[in-house]
Design a protein around this ligand. Structure first.
Ligand SMILES: *[C@@H]1O[C@H](CO)[C@@H](O)[C@H](O)[C@H]1NC(C)=O
Ligand SMILES: *[C@@H]1O[C@H](CO)[C@@H](O)[C@H](O)[C@H]1NC(C)=O
Ligand SMILES: *[C@@H]1O[C@H](CO)[C@@H](O)[C@H](O)[C@H]1NC(C)=O
Ligand SMILES: *[C@@H]1O[C@H](CO)[C@@H](O)[C@H](O)[C@H]1NC(C)=O
Ligand SMILES: *[C@@H]1O[C@H](CO)[C@@H](O)[C@H](O)[C@H]1NC(C)=O
Length: 540
């Protein structure tokens, strides 16, 4: 019986147009490890996201680069940012660079396999020239923004010293959406695309949320007032707003799952829910996320910056639901999804991603032994994991963000009824995939990371000397074993040196004054295609 099932699940992934799955990728921006109900916090209910977790795979050992542009570049190329020049910081709206055009991106591969491809929300992989924009990089449509973050209502982006409108429908400025809450724009567009999808083909839909990134200085965190009021019991005003933003994100996930179910597409879909990087906690980036109990924040190489909250969901996965402990990196999705889509991945050259489909579906050992978290010689930080060992050399922000931050959100209790009665819970239940309540509670117990109370803390200061952790026994990075395991430390430093020799130089560029939206009718534009002065705001 087991053998028969295995054969069937393999067959359904092998050949023919008919069984190709729809691939739905939902990306949260800066969502912390502890900002979802499935990792143990009761503070912000995420019943729709949790419904995916309890009927799919909770990805317990899943890693992402620590900041946006590098992370999205790895997702789109299957390569570490050190191999594409994207390893340092993010692309600024007035910076003349983009993800190199020599790279072939995930939607381009999927288009070749017959998928229709859509991006809703954030791009942030280059916009100074038209050739770098989503419609020239494999997407049939795009509704959303080009830069790092926007105000959720007015859709302007204020970053360092530039400020302008940043909302587009394809190449056109979407002035008509001014004032509409960004998460609702993305939800409505995703539902529209699902309803309008020609079911004789397959859908690749990326919903890249603004939530829960902070926006502009006049009000960093924005959500509907009645929802913020629902969190008035939380002591921190910023956390109240953050919770409301998470709630809107969760609702969006639910409505997308419901729309897929109503179109009869959910049975044959793979849904990945992933954060792009760790949470911005304790006021980092003027935000209020939580990576508890992990160390550090976004844009640090501690677990709180690089261990990503994520779920892989699909009826096509053989062994589910479960807390999947396979070691994964965001670069793995490119070969994994191409394999699931029936692509020939033996043609892929020079990628760092590993095809994880069989390991995840059948609960086999991941072929990934190591992870390069990043090497950033401009910030002066580097970190790699090999098997259970994690090395830190240097750190960002001069060590200021190398601490542990809350809130834990462990007070109160988990409301499983919200999961069962939410949009996603009801839709998934129609497929018969929601497990019994006691199973939900045992999965939740298994997905909660607890710091190892039996180990003795040993301090680490990576500004002075490299640090070494056994990340399997010590996920909270409490006990620096650099002096205890000198030969392992040496091996890890050798490995870092070896990997570093494969890195290309970062491709960051100086800001170009021509990129300032003040020259373009207060709109961020593909300024590299035009000479100043110009006459129209809609320069495309
Ligand atoms: C859907 O796609 C098929 C195959 O390309 C085509 O024949 C059909 O006309 C399309 N249907 C709609 C409603 O566009
Ligand atoms: C606030 O919470 C209450 C109680 O859970 C709920 O009925 C109400 O719909 C919530 N408000 C909003 C705006 O979601
Ligand atoms: C996949 O590509 C490789 C390398 O080009 C080729 O040798 C192999 O025959 C291909 N496999 C299939 C099933 O097309
Ligand atoms: C906690 O650390 C101890 C000592 O290193 C180790 O033996 C044990 O396996 C660890 N516990 C867990 C749950 O990893
Ligand atoms: C990586 O190599 C570059 C160029 O040789 C060097 O400047 C840098 O210090 C190295 N970084 C690390 C983390 O070893």
């Amino acid at each position: 019986m087991t053998r028969l099932l295995l054969t069937l699940s393999l067959a359904s992934l092998c050949c023919g147009e008919v069984t190709k799955p729809n691939i739905i990728l939902i990306i949260a921006d800066d969502l912390g490890w502890n900002d979802v109900g499935f990792h143990g916090s009761n503070q912000i209910p995420t019943p729709n996201i949790d419904a995916l977790a309890w009927s799919g795979l909770v990805l317990q050992n899943y890693y992402v680069p620590p900041i946006c542009t590098p992370s999205r570049s790895a997702l789109m190329t299957g390569k570490y940012p050190i191999h594409t020049g994207m390893q340092h910081f993010v692309i600024l709206g007035d910076e003349p660079r983009g993800l190199p055009l020599t790279e072939k991106l995930l939607p381009q591969y999927l288009k070749e396999l017959g998928y229709s491809t859509h991006l809703v929300g954030k791009w942030h992989l280059g916009s100074y020239k038209k050739e770098y924009l989503p419609l020239n990089r494999g997407f049939d449509t795009h509704l959303g923004f080009w830069t790092s973050a926007i105000d959720f209502y007015d859709h302007t982006s204020f970053y360092f010293d530039t400020w302008g409108y940043d909302f587009r429908r394809g190449f056109q400025v979407a002035h008509d959406l001014f004032g509409v809450y960004a998460t609702d724009v993305y939800t409505d567009e995703a539902i529209k695309l699902i309803r309008g999808h020609n079911s004789s083909g397959r859908l690749f839909l990326v919903v890249a949320h603004s939530a829960v990134h902070s926006g502009n200085p006049y009000e960093f965190l924005r959500a509907p007032d009645d929802l913020i009021a629902n969190f008035s019991h939380l002591p921190d005003r910023q956390r109240q707003k953050y919770a409301a933003m998470v709630t809107k994100l969760d609702e969006s996930v639910g409505k997308v799952i419901e729309a897929l179910q109503q179109r009869g597409m959910l049975e044959n879909s793979i849904v990945l829910f992933t954060t792009d990087n760790g949470g911005a906690a304790a006021g980092f980036d003027n935000n209020a996320g939580s990576n508890y109990p992990l160390k550090g924040v976004k844009n640090t190489l501690w677990e709180g910056g690089v261990r990503g909250a994520a779920i892989l969901w699909s009826p096509l996965l053989a062994k589910k639901p479960r807390v999947a402990t396979q070691r994964l990196h965001i670069a793995d999705w490119l070969p994994t999804f191409l394999h699931a889509a029936g692509g020939n991945i033996s043609n892929l050259e020079n990628i760092d991603g590993v095809n994880q489909w069989m390991a995840l579906s059948e609960d086999l050992v991941s072929e990934r032994k190591s992870i390069v978290h990043n090497i950033d010689d401009i910030f002066g930080s580097a970190s790699i994991t090999v098997e259970q060992w994690k090395l830190h050399k240097g750190t960002n922000y001069n060590g200021v963000w190398d601490d542990w931050y809350g809130p834990s959100g462990r007070e109160g209790s988990y409301d499983v009824d919200l999961v069962l009665t939410g949009y996603a819970g009801r839709a998934i239940n129609k497929l018969g995939l929601i497990p019994p309540v006691d199973k939900i509670f045992s999965l939740r117990e298994a997905s909660i990371i607890k710091c190892n109370s039996s180990i003795v803390p040993i301090a680490c200061n990576p500004l002075l000397a490299p640090c070494l952790f056994n990340i399997e026994e010590d996920p909270c990075e409490i006990q620096n074993l650099a002096d205890v395991e000198p030969s392992i430390l040496t091996q890890m430093l050798d490995e870092l040196e070896r990997v570093n020799r494969t890195a290309v130089a970062p491709n960051n560029k100086a800001k170009d004054p021509r990129g300032d939206p003040k020259y373009w009718g207060r709109v961020y534009t593909n300024f590299g295609d035009y000479a100043l002065p110009h006459t129209s705001a809609d320069c495309t």
